[in-house]
Ligand binder design. Sequence first.
Ligand code: ATP
Ligand code: MG
Length: 347
Amino acid sequence: MSTEKTPASAQDIVFDHVVKTYPNAASPAVDDLSLTVSAGEICVLLGPSGSGKTTALMMVNRLAEITGGDIRIGGRSITDHDPIELRRSIGYVIQQTGLFPHLTIADNIATVPKVLGWDKRRVKDRVAELLDLVGLPVAEFGRRYPSQLSGGQRQRVGIARALAADPPVMLMDEPFGALDPITRERVQDEFLALHERIRKTVIFVSHDIDEAVKMGDRIAIFREGGKLAQYDTPRTLLKEPADEFVARFVGADRGLKRLTLTRLAELDLTPATSGDAALPAIGADASLRAALSLMVAEGTDAVRVMESGDGGGGGEVGAGGEGGEGPGGAKALGTASLDAVRKAGAA
Ligand SMILES: Nc1ncnc2c1ncn2[C@@H]1O[C@H](COP(=O)(O)OP(=O)(O)OP(=O)(O)O)[C@@H](O)[C@H]1O
Ligand SMILES: [Mg+2]
């Protein structure tokens, strides 16, 4: 089968004792990095400024050449690839999105497919498909220039462009760093929903622990000197930080952060009774942390858990309603007590 026509499936990425020492540098920027990113997973590189996150990322597409060890994508060493071809086969998103200001949105996205020699029809279809995927219909946005979009929209175009040639691997360097908190959360959610559908192997740089916990299947925490401090799932990292440095980096509220990882829907709820109507109500999609916050705000020791509507959101659904019916007819699934939340969070 021609690999050009079939969508590339995700591939794993292996860092095997990787070292990067820049010319004239006294010590390595990345020092003996070994980790495996499984196919289809999102790996977040997290750590303080200067700890080698960007360098680690740029070695994957050979924008920075490794000086020791090896990186393999789908079992093949990156040094076996021509650097230019390698880069075309890997999506790359950077903070400032790097869109070409003099090209329309559609032409920005079409850049790599055109270089790869796709025919016009196929390029056009792909551009429309991708803009649709990131929620910017081609009819409305295709002919605009980057300066005619909001920051969040430009980020989404950056993601669409990185996906254009359907690369099995995506590298993202603080892609949402420049966005305000609300837009950022929305673009994060959009990206996660997109990732559910397209399942690329993603390496994502962040220096924000909350973003890392939200986005990562696994998190690699770097310390100064480009050394890997810990590589684990968010849950394990928050529960069992490997040392003092990691514990400090993830923050004193790591117990609370862990509560963000579990949805109320995952709890064994206490069956609802008529006496529960006075309890504050919250959607089953909401996290344990949101439930705890609501209990603290309302001064109760339990919440009423409501069936979440489509699209989740998972926020507060408001109190009141009779016979287990919330506003808009949401059904009460049961109640979650403070104790149940605490126990589930500690598990
Ligand atoms: N082109 C370069 N030449 C020489 N040294 C470099 C180069 N790029 C980065 N470095 C050095 O390598 C180290 C790691 O830099 P890198 O950009 O990978 O850090 P980072 O973790 O991405 O930091 P930040 O969070 O600030 O983006 C730093 O000490 C930096 O000064
Ligand atoms: Mg960086």
